[in-house]
Design a protein around this ligand. Structure first.
Ligand code: MG
Length: 382
């Protein structure tokens, strides 16, 4: 066994594992495991394909080769699968959770999420992309004659809800089946940090390429990156900076993943965890970076907030996306009969504000802009 293996606390995922239970029982597949089937269902979902048209950080006008929410998702899946494999965990479950982790995101990145949350708060509700992702896979995807949704296994639904945060059982009685008083399995815990690793490195890459970030400034303020870059520049003095940048980012990503693996093994041993039940009962999450790497990660993230995410260039794009979402919400609250018929039909049962939020949250950036233009053409004075 690999010395780093934590196989003793992996999710088994075999036919006897209660975590592969589905709401609607289905016969076992001839040659695919439960989590492999879940992965297939997610990849073939409409909401998954729409991730290609949703902003991760940069709206589409910057470049066709910057990350979209779909390519970000694939990068997270690659990292999560690598870490799960090295740790002897259930790779299929980790990969499936990575592929679904951002499926509940609205258009226009975090600005879109904030805008949707702000308008819905006036109706006493909060928009939460993890809970929205659960609605997508349980209700909105319709591809099976026997049931609504994708009928995913319990481990995948639990991971969708809990991969990045814990929920208070008193405030969320509807989530009772997801073991809210326990930690999620390591395969789900990996996702949050695989996400961090993916976007830290990708956003430095796209940020420098967009010229919002300057390579020299990143080198001066982000030691996690600068150390790799400096070593490479010394060793390869005649290599173009662009290539050194790519190599340094690759080394940085590899160092973060390597640290995540070794620190997680150390945490599991330090907490005397010997089974999945111990992982669940542990008062804290066990997947983590070492304290030294965690300090460097925080420093890099703080830098990206100050110089990229909160830069005036990106704020301008995000503000206009957020404003469109606010306008569309107000429009359909005034005229809900103008929603698609399938949405109008849900209003009596679920209330107009929830139906409008669901509709907007599912949109790509381009469809949202198109809808906003159509509404404006209808009401030229507003
Ligand atoms: Mg993500």
């Amino acid at each position: 066994m690999n010395p780093a293996s934590l196989q003793f606390c992996a999710v088994a995922g075999d036919a006897n594992d209660p975590l592969v239970q589905r709401l609607h029982p289905e016969a076992a597949h001839a040659y695919r495991s439960a989590f492999q089937r879940d992965r297939g269902r997610i990849i073939h979902a409409r909401a998954f394909r729409r991730l290609a048209g949703k902003t991760q950080v940069f709206t589409h006008r910057y470049s066709d080769h910057f990350r979209s929410r779909l390519t970000h998702t694939i990068e997270v899946a690659q990292i999560a699968r690598t870490a799960a494999h090295a740790l002897g965990l259930n790779e299929d479950l980790a990969e499936t959770l990575a592929l679904v982790h951002d499926i509940g995101h609205p258009p226009f990145g975090h600005a879109g999420e904030q805008a949707l949350n702000a308008v819905w708060m006036e109706y006493g509700q909060h928009f939460d992309h993890n809970l929205h992702a659960l609605r997508i896979v349980e209700h909105f995807e319709q591809r099976y004659v026997g049931f609504r949704g994708l009928n995913l296994s319990l481990a995948v639904r639990e991971g969708i809800v809990k991969h990045s945060r814990d929920y208070d059982a008193d405030k969320h009685p509807e989530l009772a089946e997801y073991f809210l008083d326990q930690r999620p399995p390591l395969e789900a815990q990996i996702i949050d940090l695989a996400d961090e690793i993916a976007y830290l490195t990708a956003d430095m890459d796209d940020g420098i390429e967009s010229e919002i970030l300057q390579l020299d400034d990143v080198r001066a303020h982000v030691p996690l990156f600068a150390n790799f870059f400096q070593q490479l520049a010394t060793k390869h003095p005649h290599t173009p900076e662009k290539l050194l940048l790519q190599e340094a980012l690759k080394q940085m990503l590899d160092a973060l993943v390597g640290d995540l693996i070794s620190a997680t093994v150390a945490q599991v041993h330090a907490a005397s965890v010997q089974s999945l039940a111990d992982v669940r009962a542990c008062p804290h999450r066990l997947v983590s970076f070492s304290p030294e790497m965690e300090a460097q990660r925080r420093q890099a993230k703080k830098y990206l907030f100050q110089h990229l995410y909160d830069s005036s260039e990106l704020m301008r794009d995000h503000a206009s996306g957020g404003a469109m979402i606010g306008d569309l919400f107000a429009h359909w609250m005034r005229a809900p009969e103008q929603l698609p018929a399938s949405h109008v039909a849900r209003i009596a049962e679920e209330g107009a504000s929830r139906v409008v939020v669901d509709y907007i949250a599912g949109m790509t950036d381009a469809f949202c802009i198109q809808q906003w233009n159509a509404v404006r053409a209808q009401n030229p004075s507003s």
